[in-house]
Ligand binder design. Structure first.
Ligand code: SF4
Length: 221
């Protein structure tokens, strides 16, 4: 398996982007586990017409998640905003730009990680998703985590933390705790939208990110 990966990396360095097989499936030389990306894409196609909760009624685009299916780090926000609902991609507005900068501050590019939300359709007026909406949508997120098998999770905001840990605690309490979600070390920090509204929270968010960076960089040790 290692030699296959080395071969794919060599192809990537040679500028070859995709390899096609007889059944029309293709894999990217940059991907260690092509099956994960295709599994996620199959599920995205399957769920994009979901009508399980009331959020389906106002949806323009189903926003499943984007990024590296082989990621060691998975980021989970709350739900799509207006820009995400329009484009079908996660974190593309101002909050998305801030998230990109936050990642770059700890030497990560967006294409290294996988990013998604608790709910896949936009709550009207950017309100928090209701508990029943979270409950309906959570199996999709659980499935994504199960497929990607990240080594670290970063939850962006209280909504994501409450949804995954099913505990109604404060964001501060989640941030200060040593958390594991099904054996995956988990960090909680502020949602980028909250940081845009409250720049004074950027300093504690930076402290959270530095802790995460330390763990992320020690994954290869
Ligand atoms: S938010 Fe989730 S459960 Fe609700 S309609 Fe959208 S995809 Fe389905």
């Amino acid at each position: 398996m290692k030699s296959l990966q080395q071969y794919l990396e060599l192809l990537q360095l040679s500028g070859i982007q995709d390899i096609f097989f007889e059944d029309d499936k293709f894999i990217s030389p940059g991907s260690k586990s092509p099956d994960k990306a295709s599994q996620l894409e199959e599920l995205r196609k399957k769920y994009h017409v979901c009508q399980k909760c009331d959020l389906a009624a106002g949806r323009n685009k189903f926003v499943y998640g984007n990024g590296n299916a082989d990621a060691n780090l998975m980021l989970i926000g709350e739900g799509p905003g207006a820009d995400e609902d329009r484009t079908g991609r996660v974190f593309v507005g101002r909050a998305g730009q801030l998230l990109t900068k936050m990642l770059q501050a700890i030497n990560l590019e967006r294409n290294e990680v996988y990013i998604t939300n608790v709910v896949k359709c936009r709550p009207p007026g950017n309100r928090n998703p209701k508990p029943e909406e979270v409950e309906c949508c959570l199996p999709y997120l659980e499935e994504q985590i199960e497929i990607i098998k990240p080594k670290l999770l970063l939850l962006l905001g209280k909504v994501a933390a409450v949804a995954l840990f099913k505990q109604n605690r404060t964001l501060h309490s989640f941030r200060e705790s040593n958390l594991e979600y099904h054996g995956i070390k988990t960090y909680v920090t502020y949602h980028p939208s909250a940081l845009l509204r409250n720049p004074q929270w950027k300093k504690p968010a930076w402290i959270d990110l530095q802790k995460l960076q330390k763990d992320y960089e020690s994954l290869d040790d």
